[in-house]
Write a protein that binds this ligand. Structure first.
Ligand SMILES: Cc1cc2nc3c(=O)[nH]c(=O)nc-3n(C[C@H](O)[C@H](O)[C@H](O)COP(=O)(O)O)c2cc1C
Length: 156
């Protein structure tokens, strides 16, 4: 028997997650990105992480460029989460960011980032699972932005 869809979402919302913006540089040379909590570490040797991207998102086709970055948002960056959770359009016009070693955009003022080259791509239902090998990473000392029970939270 399949689980009720609403109950599934409700329970998933009770897993406290850090908020990220996953960015890429499309084959057209433009920057793309979306807010995501579906991120996890995978392997230390080699250094692998994964992200899950909705197949219906505008950004999805651009991840086939083979590079992406995971930007960990800081507690002060809820507006960036809301901005990148809106679908489509030029999300980088007014954005402060730099281009990383892979070409993927790295947002300014974040808690940290991981820059990746895509090593594996898997089917994940209505999402695609991108496994990336981390080629560069760094952190700062700002506090994290969290998402829990359908709302933004902070470590107190
Ligand atoms: C807190 C939060 C977490 C999200 N997590 C994910 C995620 O892990 N994967 C995903 O594909 N979309 C996720 N989304 C939804 C996307 O950010 C949203 O669909 C966005 O509009 C996609 O932008 P695009 O269509 O321009 O690519 C999340 C949204 C929010 C607010």
């Amino acid at each position: 028997m399949a689980i009720d869809k609403g109950q599934f979402r409700h329970v998933l919302g009770h897993f406290a997650a850090g908020v990220t913006v996953i960015t890429t540089r499309g084959a057209d040379g433009a920057p793309y990105g979306l807010t995501a909590t579906a991120f996890t570490s995978v392997s230390l040797e080699p250094p692998l992480i994964l992200v899950c991207v909705d197949k219906k998102s505008e950004s999805h086709p651009h991840f086939s460029s083979g590079v992406f970055a995971v930007n960990f948002l800081g507690a002060h960056q809820e507006h960036l989460s809301q901005h990148f959770a809106k679908s489509g359009g030029d999300k980088f016009g007014q954005m402060e960011y730099r281009t990383g070693a892979t070409g993927a955009p790295l947002l300014a003022g974040t808690l940290g980032y991981l820059e990746c080259r895509t090593r594996h791509v898997y089917e994940g239902g209505d999402h695609t699972i991108f496994v990336g090998e981390v080629v560069e990473a760094d952190v700062s000392d700002v506090e994290p932005l969290l998402y829990f029970r359908g709302g933004y939270r902070r470590v107190t």
